[in-house]
Design a protein around this ligand. Structure first.
Ligand code: TRP
Length: 344
C-alpha cells in the first residue's frame, strides 16, 4: 500500500516580515529588505511588523523602546509601505504571537535550536549568561510567520536557517496534531538586487548597525552631506572600473560600490559597468554620491517629518494591530482546539 502524501497547504499567499527596533537602519536594510516590502505589498497581501518582543531578548532601555518602534515604523512609511495597502504593526500589540510561540516551544526540539548559528554568534563564549528568550528567539519568529499563515518571508541571507526551522515546526505541528496542511511551509525570499550590501570600509564584511565605524554605513537618517562624505571616503582600489563583472573578481570594495549603484538606480551591474568602464573612482564616486543622495535624502527627510509628530505613526500602528489581530485570532483559536487546551 502506498502511503498518502499529507495534504498541502491550500490557503492564500501572504508576505510577512519584521525588523527589530534595536538600532538605526541603513542602506543595507533599505536595499535588502525595505524596498522589497514596498514592492511586494502590491503583489501579495503583506504584513510588516516591528519586532519589539524579539528586541528584549537582549537588554533594551524601557524608556527608549517605544521611540525605537516608532523609528522603524517611520522607516517603513518613508520607504514606501502604504498603510492602506500593507498591514503595519508592533509585534507586542498582537498577543497571539506570544500565545502561539508557547505552543511552538513545545513542538520544537532542543536539538533543532542547538543548531541555530545566529544564537551561537550572538551568545559567544558565555551562553549561560544569555536570556532564555535569546535561545528561543527563532521559535517566536516561527510564530510571527505562522500566526498569519504567511507563505513568503523577505529576509536577509542570515535568516535562512530560521526559515528552515519555521518549516520544521509547521510540519511537526501539522503531523503531531493530525492537521495536514494547517500551517503552510513558508519560503524565505532572499534574492534580488541589493540582497547583500557590504561595509563601505571593508568590502568583505556586511554593512551592519553594530559596526563601530559610522563611516561603514549610510544610515537612513543621514543628511545629504553625510551621505556624500561617506561615499567619498569609501574604501576603493586605484584601478579603473572593468568592462564586465568578471573584472571585479578580487575587488570586493569596487564590486560593492557597483552593486550599490546598480541597486539604487534599478540598472543591472552589467549596464553600470558598460557606462563607467575605464573610469576611475574619482569619476564614479561623485556619480554614486549624487545617486545615493537623490534616493536616500528624501527618505531621511520623510522620517524626520513623521517623527516630529508621532500621532500619525501611532495611528498607523494602532490600525495595523487591529487588522493583524483579526487574522491572527482565528488561527490561535484553532490551534487551542487542536492542542486540546482547556481554554480551546
Ligand atoms: N530575526 C529577524 C531579523 O533579525 C527579525 C524577525 C523577527 C523576522 N521575526 C520575524 C523576520 C519574522 C521575518 C519574519 O532580521
Amino acid at each position: 500500500m502506498t502511503e498518502q502524501a499529507p495534504a498541502a497547504y491550500a490557503g492564500p499567499e501572504r508576505v510577512l516580515s519584521g525588523v527589530q527596533p534595536t538600532g538605526d537602519l541603513h542602506l543595507g536594510n533599505y536595499l535588502g529588505a525595505l524596498v522589497k516590502f514596498a514592492r511586494l505589498q502590491h503583489e501579495i497581501p503583506t504584513f510588516i511588523f516591528v519586532a519589539d518582543m524579539h528586541a528584549i531578548t537582549v537588554w533594551q532601555e524601557p524608556a527608549k523602546l517605544k521611540q525605537q518602534v516608532r523609528e522603524i515604523a517611520a522607516a517603513y512609511l518613508a520607504t514606501g509601505l502604504d498603510p492602506k495597502v500593507a498591514t503595519i504593526f508592533a509585534q507586542s500589540a498582537v498577543p497571539e504571537h506570544a500565545e502561539l510561540a508557547w505552543v511552538f516551544n513545545c513542538v520544537a526540539r532542543l536539538g533543532w535550536l542547538d543548531r541555530m548559528t545566529q544564537f551561537k554568534d550572538k551568545a559567544g563564549k558565555h551562553k549561560e549568561r544569555e536570556s532564555i528568550g535569546l535561545y528561543t528567539y527563532p521559535v517566536l519568529q516561527a510564530a510571527d510567520i505562522l500566526v498569519y499563515k504567511a507563505t513568503k518571508v523577505p529576509v536577509g541571507d542570515d535568516q535562512k536557517q530560521h526559515l528552515e526551522l519555521t518549516r520544521d515546526i509547521a510540519q511537526k505541528f501539522n503531523n503531531d496534531f493530525g492537521a495536514p496542511g494547517f500551517f503552510p511551509l513558508p519560503e524565505a525570499l532572499t534574492q534580488g538586487p541589493g540582497a547583500r550590501v557590504m561595509s563601505l570600509r571593508d568590502g568583505t564584511a556586511k554593512m551592519s548597525k553594530s559596526d563601530p565605524s559610522d563611516n561603514s554605513r549610510i544610515n537612513l537618517t543621514d543628511d545629504a552631506d553625510a551621505i556624500a562624505q561617506k561615499i567619498r571616503k569609501a574604501r576603493t582600489d586605484p584601478d579603473p572600473l572593468p568592462e564586465t563583472a568578471e573584472g571585479l573578481e578580487g575587488r570586493a570594495e569596487a564590486r560593492n560600490l557597483v552593486a550599490i549603484y546598480a541597486a539604487l538606480s534599478g540598472a543591472t551591474e552589467a549596464a553600470v559597468l558598460a557606462e563607467y568602464a575605464g573610469q576611475g573612482f574619482g569619476v564614479f564616486k561623485p556619480k554614486l554620491a549624487d545617486l545615493a543622495v537623490s534616493v536616500m535624502g528624501p527618505i531621511g527627510g520623510e522620517m524626520r517629518r513623521l517623527l516630529a509628530d508621532p500621532a500619525e505613526i501611532d495611528r498607523v500602528l494602532a490600525d495595523g494591530a487591529g487588522r493583524a489581530r483579526a487574522l491572527a485570532a482565528p488561527t490561535v483559536a484553532e490551534v487551542k482546539k487542536l492542542v486540546g487546551y482547556w481554554a480551546g
